[in-house]
Design a protein around this ligand. Structure first.
Ligand code: TPP
Ligand code: SF4
Length: 343
């Protein structure tokens, strides 16, 4: 990789690799790649210190397409490999690219442990509610009843709620965005990058070949207004075509109020991403219903907490050991107290 001396001089073009992008025309992955390439010049990190690590899936082809270091690794193990890389070289800027199958089926175990350890990495989960690469089998986020190549009579599984899972695993940055809203996606990616600790971003991504339109209620004009609430710190939870609906909390129970009906935005729930209990309630705005009065799907930053990362703890522990025992000698450790040589 050629070095560009000053990261401040980068443009999105400096992050485009020479590889042909081989996703299907119209796939939501393109939008995510474009937004990532747009924010990379802004983060001010030299290309040679950025690493994209993916598992297996269409989404996991991502590292080929950025002019940085990267690894298209093994199924479900991007999180484990990234954890090892961060422990070995905490200064690297590490991004994990994974799909709903990769992260939540085969990789579910590794994901939750990365989150509770709070490695300082960015996890981008491309959720298309299907296995794309293997041609359309249902995934852990597919809804009940999903007809797919492997569930011809409909899925019987209750789907994972990725954000609830991330919060339950002690995630310190939990957010949702969508491929069709590039401005929001870009802002969310920047926020995730600026967070010290594990940032988990679920990105709704349309697989137009095997699961087209699965997020239409949250992306299509004329429909999404009644089904999407944008989370903004310090702002009320309001939605609807004329922002005529709000969400309030009755104890721990969220309720919809009609703002045109004598209610005011001041009565609404004010978003506070540092409130873990409220963030947990927000993750449960998850059942989709076209019925009036249904809770909207939230997008934005649900929860953020500053907490020491794994690498911070590790650095402290190594320093304490050095202070107590002096600097280590790896050769002496390997040869042991009674070494012998073959003449
Ligand atoms: C050990 C192993 N098991 C199964 C597979 C088959 N496989 C490849 S990708 C994939 C799932 C991909 O789905 P997802 O992570 O949602 O990514 P997408 O292709 O939708 O982006 C599966 C099951 C594999 N490659 N390796
Ligand atoms: S199969 Fe789906 S997820 Fe994979 S590249 Fe094609 S549209 Fe995208």
């Amino acid at each position: 990789m050629d070095k560009v001396a000053d990261p401040k001089s980068y443009t999105a073009k400096d992050f485009a690799s020479d590889q042909e992008v081989r996703w299907c025309p119209g796939c939501g992955d393109y939008s995510i790649l474009n937004q990532v390439k747009k924010i990379l010049p802004e983060i001010g990190v030299a290309r040679e210190n950025i690493v994209f690590i993916s598992g297996i899936g269409c989404s996991s082809r991502f590292p080929y397409y950025t002019e940085t270091y990267g690894m298209h690794s093994i199924h479900g193990r991007a999180t484990a490999i990234a954890s090892g890389l961060k422990a070995a070289n905490p200064k690297l800027d590490v991004w994990i690219i994974t799909g709903d199958g990769d992260a939540l089926s085969i990789g579910g175990n590794h994901l939750i442990h990365l989150l509770r350890r709070n490695f300082n990495v960015n996890i981008l989960l491309f959720n298309n509610e299907i296995y794309g690469l293997t041609k359309g089998q249902y995934s852990p986020t597919s809804p009940i009843g999903k007809i797919s190549a492997s569930t011809p009579q409909g899925s019987l599984d209750y789907p994972f709620n990725p954000l609830m899972l991330a919060l339950g695993a002690e995630g310190t940055f939990v957010a949702r965005s969508i491929d069709t809203n590039p401005t929001h996606l870009r802002e969310t990616l920047l926020q995730a990058h600026n967070h010290h600790g594990a940032s988990f971003v679920e990105i709704y991504q349309n697989c137009n070949v095997f699961n087209d339109g699965c997020f239409a209620p949250f992306s299509d004009k004329g429909i999404k207004e009644d089904h999407v609430v944008m989370l903004e710190e310090g702002k009320p939870l309001v939605f609807g075509a004329d922002l005529n609906k709000g969400v309030t909390l009755d104890g721990f129970k969220p309720k919809i109020i009609e703002l045109s009906n004598g209610h005011t935005p001041e009565e609404c729930w004010i978003h506070d991403p540092t409130d873990r209990i409220k963030a947990t309630i927000l993750t449960q705005f998850f059942e989709y219903s076209a019925e009036p009065g249904a809770l909207p799907r939230p997008f934005g930053l649900f929860y953020q907490e500053e907490r020491y990362s794994y690498e911070d703890h590790m650095e402290d522990q190594l320093k304490q050991a050095d202070d107590k025992n002096g600097a280590g000698d790896l050769d002496a450790l390997l040869s042991g107290p009674n070494p012998w040589q073959v003449a």
